[in-house]
Design a binder for this molecule. Sequence first.
Ligand code: CU
Length: 267
Amino acid sequence: MSDRIHGSEKKVISIAILVSAAHLFILAAAALFYGLTVPDCLEGVKPFTEGSLSQKTDRHYELHMVARMWNFDPAEVVLPVGARVDIFVSSLDVTHGFHITGTNLNLAAVPGAVNYGRVVFGKPGVYPIVCNEYCGIAHHGMYGTIRIVENLTAGYLPAKKDKVPEVASNEPPLVTQGRKLYHEKGCIACHSLDGSQVVGPTFKGIYGRLSYFTDGTSIKADEAYIQESILFPQKKIVKGFESVLMPSFPVTPEEVQGLVEFIKSVK
Ligand SMILES: [Cu+2]
């Protein structure tokens, strides 16, 4: 029997068996010791519309991530070294990518669906999240950050932490509401408060200053203009920012009022 198989063939078969065994071993080790799981599309899970972080046990976290044009909610996550994170990803608009740099987690963020993957963060450092699925004009600016920190007692979301911001007690309620919306609606991703130009013009000192537009006209930024900029972002395009389209946001008239008052207050 055995002399019917050529010697070199036997060698090849042995190597094939060895390689297969090695693969199985690596898979088992990855699952058992590194906590890796196969990305999965969950059925029967209601897609969520807001990002959140919850702590299940000492090291075990659950992270809900929402992708939308053109940011992630939450935009920044801070976790202790060794955190084992169950990540659920969904989208509010189109299909986005969700890749955590430095890990092997690469999911699609699909509207109406929830995808799942698990990552164990063994080393401290900054892990940028990138969208690797072209999703529109500001696709290149779509990113988030996971920060893994040593000696941290519990993970948290920096932007949501100051959801109820510390403000002077005499701040008008509308301004406080607007400040909250600035975080929640994601304006923070493109507009700074400190004068730095991020993706869009800074809000610092915008009220009463001249805005110059691509059609050569200009306008002194008053309440009506700021309101129009939020409701109809494409009506007037600020010069120098024509390469990025500001998305329009679903906002109630009351929310617009809050945002306008907040923007006016950024001096
Ligand atoms: Cu995207």
